[in-house]
Design a protein around this ligand. Structure first.
Ligand code: AGP
Length: 609
């Protein structure tokens, strides 16, 4: 996720306006920043790694000349956060500048093709191919308009993008295009703007035109023109007045970042399907060779590790050891060795306990693999191979979208390993891969259809003194995560166990009305889980069940239930089954009068070096 903005002013310099707008977009990415303007037919660019204020201090982002320009604030997906990888990117001739939010999936092939034709690439980004493709379009047909050269280019792109292009060939225009990444145009009588989000231009205008997927927009002093990328058909769309206060706008109309991020999950899950396969394959190779594999993380990321231990076992027949990072040195510090592989999961890539475990493992020559959301974090620097989970910045302290992204990436990794080891049939593999592609829509359905129900459940149980979360098999990880979310932001003491363990002690807590949340995925554990529900029911517990759509057997037993769509493969089930639990924690916090974005005693580790 990155922030993009640009403008054409009737009067004055664009650079300070772009700088101020990028500051308002900093929540979308903050590892590097850049601007490009055009003045007297010349292109001017400033960019560097670092937060906007840091870069401005050393580079002065405001003194680029010209009334037309584009700017970008980056959250790295391809290429470390270095100056050379910061946007804008230019072509070989230095006449075309491009900014981009999204992921170009076929960039390796395109880059190869362009390199074969003599194009020289400077960065490691997927974005740079766009600038060279536009250049190539002009090489083939010099009389093309900038809009048509961009049109030809985007027709070749696979993946997601919101791009903006300026060029000295047509110095009075900005050409933008969108596919699966947000893009919005703002207008007033002094200027025309575009941005990835309305808050970028909200202090300047409240008149916005939503650009839809598959559309290209040409901005000029006269305003904006939209056409369809597929057939160049002209689209007419009037601006709408946006009635948001600036504070609401940053949260896109949501009252809190946490609920915004829960709702973002269909999009973030879509992005996890655009991983760089090469790195997943490399990781799978390391896992395949390893004598022993530890899955090391803290908190929510540990729950992703726990879930993945079931994935690796069930799909790839690989035994792994999930370990809470702060215990790793005590538990395994002496035995870990050159034959050990440590798969480390950390959203921030900076969690001290996780890095301490990694250091201990590296000192004993173990292989470290990393999964993180922050490219450029310490974890990416110390890992032999790392994969970026591509969830974009998570501002809410409670991890939500980053958890489901981790699960999706780990499931893909387990699938690759299974393929390598020849452990699953082609049919099973195809089924899981198909369901993985549908996960974004599955989560979207859950949010749309179950959120209101969860709100009511939160109202009903808001005064509960303690909660139980129980699941079996892979749903144990889901139960642990549901419990952590509830404790962390609603301050309700909660206990989670594999359901089979509950009768070995914890059940003695149960008395009439005691809320017990059961994660009832329809897998091999379903039958036994019903037995566990009966045990709790017999002691007067109130059963709240997360069930598969139409699971009548459990509906009969439950006091309250929420439903997730049918036919979810076992290894993917934590993603849809955790979604109602995230909502439950959020609405419990609201009911109890707490701010879910600011849990006491906790802060997020988001350092980008
Ligand atoms: C979860 O909601 C927490 N904020 C916390 O448990 C978090 O997952 C943990 O601190 C690990 O962070 P990391 O993924 O950045 O390493």
């Amino acid at each position: 996720m990155c922030g993009i903005f640009g403008c054409i002013l009737k009067d004055g310099d664009a650079a300070p306006v772009i700088h101020a707008a990028l500051k308002r977009l900093e929540y979308r990415g903050y590892d590097s920043v850049g601007e490009a303007t055009i003045h007297n037919g010349k292109l001017f660019i400033k960019k560097d790694q670092g937060k906007i204020d840091e870069v401005h201090k050393t580079r002065n982002l405001d003194d680029l000349p010209g009334n037309i320009g584009i700017g970008h604030t980056r959250w790295a997906t391809h290429g470390a956060p270095l100056e050379v990888n910061a946007h804008p990117h230019i072509d070989c001739s230095g006449q075309i500048a491009v900014i981009h939010n999204g992921i170009i999936e076929n960039f390796t092939q395109l880059k190869q093709e362009l390199e074969n034709r003599g194009h020289i690439f400077k960065s490691k980004t997927d974005t740079e191919v766009i600038a060279h493709l536009i250049e190539r379009a002009f090489e083939t047909n010099p009389s093309l308009s900038l809009a048509d050269a961009v049109l030809e280019t985007v027709r070749r792109l696979e993946g997601s993008y919101a791009i903006a292009v300026i060029s000295t060939r047509e110095p009075d225009k900005i050409v933008c295009a969108r596919h699966e990444s947000p893009l919005v145009v703002g207008v007033n009588d002094k200027a025309v703007y575009f941005a990835s989000d309305i808050p970028a231009f909200l202090p300047l205008t409240n008149k916005a035109v939503m650009v839809e997927d598959g559309e290209l927009v040409v901005l000029s002093q006269e305003g904006y023109g939209i056409k369809k990328i597929a057939d160049s058909k002209v689209v007419t769309r009037e601006p709408k007045v946006i009635a948001w206060a600036p504070e609401m706008a940053v949260k896109q109309g949501y009252p809190h970042f946490m609920i915004k991020e829960i709702h973002e999950q269909p999009d973030t899950l879509r992005n996890t399907l655009r991983l760089q396969e090469h790195y997943l394959d490399l990781m799978a190779t390391f896992l395949d060779r390893a004598r022993e594999v530890f899955l090391v993380a803290c908190g929510t990321s540990y729950h992703a590790c726990l879930a993945s231990s079931y994935m690796f076992s069930k799909l790839a027949f690989l035994s792994t050891y999930p370990v809470i990072a702060s215990e790793f040195v005590e538990q395994h510090g002496k035995s870990v060795n050159i034959d050990s592989t440590i798969l480390t999961v950390s959203q921030s890539g900076e969690t001290a306990d996780t890095l301490a475990a990694v250091n201990a493992a590296r000192q004993r020559a173990a292989t470290v693999l990393g999964l993180t959301n922050v490219i450029g974090s310490t974890l990416t620097r110390v890992s032999r191979v790392y994969v970026g989970q591509q969830s974009g910045p998570e501002i809410g302290v409670a991890a939500t979208k980053t958890f489901t992204s981790q699960l999706s990436v780990l499931a893909q990794l387990a699938l690759r390993l299974a393929k390598k080891r020849g452990k699953v049939s082609q049919d099973e593999m195809d089924f899981i891969e198909e369901k993985l592609k549908q996960l974004p829509d599955t989560v979207d359905t859950i949010i749309r259809t179950q959120e209101e129900k969860v709100k009511q459940i939160a109202k009903k149980y808001k005064d509960a003194k303690v909660f139980f979360f129980l699941g079996r098999g892979i749903s144990t990880a889901t139960a642990y995560e549901g419990r952590l979310k509830l404790m962390e932001i609603a301050y309700v003491p909660a206990i989670a166990f594999p359901a089979g363990e509950s009768k070995h002690g914890p059940i003695s807590l149960v008395e009439p009305g005691f809320p017990v949340v059961f994660i009832c995925a329809k897998d091999d554990t379903h039958k036994t889980l019903i037995g566990n529900i009966m045990e709790m029911k017999a002691r007067g517990a109130s059963i709240i069940a997360v069930i598969e759509d139409g699971d009548e057997e459990i509906k009969e037993l439950a006091d309250d239930y929420v439903e997730v769509p049918k036919d979810i493969p076992e290894i993917l089930s934590p993603v849809p089954y955790v979604t109602p639990l995230q909502l439950l924690a959020y609405y419990m916090a609201i009911e109890r009068g707490y701010n879910p974005d600011m849990p006491r005693n906790l802060a997020k580790s988001v350092t980008v070096k």
